[in-house]
Design a protein around this ligand. Structure first.
Ligand SMILES: Nc1ncnc2c1ncn2[C@@H]1O[C@H](COP(=O)(O)OP(=O)(O)O)[C@@H](O)[C@H]1O
Ligand SMILES: [Mg+2]
Length: 158
């Protein structure tokens, strides 16, 4: 059994992050993955927000004045949920370089000691079971996350 949902959005649309978050939320609800809805909605918001904020299309994909394309895909397999967010910029995201302090210590740290930027991917790194990116042959890249559907979804898919 495999379930798939996708949506093409544009970074310049006002409701892009909202639409991506809702696509993810409704797909997960439909698939019975209620326990993952909040985490995946947050991850999608961060990834799509990053495209809006950071993506600069490659020269060969850029059309002056054209909106920047974003493709969001969700694929559910029996044991995993994969999320992909593709954009037209082939430069890599800056992934967190591992944990700079232990999770126990991080809990007790005031927010002020965490860096002002670079938190989005750090949060995703914590919420997802895997995070990676791959360049696309035609240009641009996709950032992927994998969520393991084990104990977190003990109620099981619908
Ligand atoms: N889709 C993207 N395209 C290009 N660069 C990206 C993308 N996503 C993230 N980045 C880069 O990775 C960095 C870290 O992202 P993030 O952890 O979300 O922090 P922030 O958005 O606060 O800078 C960004 O500052 C940016 O340089
Ligand atoms: Mg960000």
């Amino acid at each position: 059994m495999q379930r798939f949902r996708s949506m093409t959005l544009f970074a310049e649309w006002q409701d892009t992050v909202w639409a991506a978050r809702n696509l993810a939320g409704s797909a997960l609800e439909d698939w019975g993955l209620h326990a993952l809805v909040d985490d995946v909605r947050l991850v999608v918001s961060e990834l799509v927000g990053n495209v809006v904020q950071h993506a600069v299309p490659d020269d060969r994909l850029a059309c002056p004045g054209a909106p920047r394309r974003i493709d969001v895909t969700l694929t559910m397999w029996p044991k995993w949920l994969f999320l992909g967010v593709a954009d037209e910029d082939s430069s890599p995201p800056t992934f967190p370089l591992g944990e700079s302090f232990s999770p126990e210590l991080a809990h007790g740290l005031p927010e002020a000691v965490l860096p002002d930027s670079g938190r989005g991917l750090l949060i995703i790194h914590r919420l997802a079971d895997a995070l990676w990116w791959a360049p696309e042959e035609s240009g641009g890249k996709t950032i992927f996350c994998r969520f393991d559907l084990g104990e977190r979804c003990a109620d099981g898919p619908a």
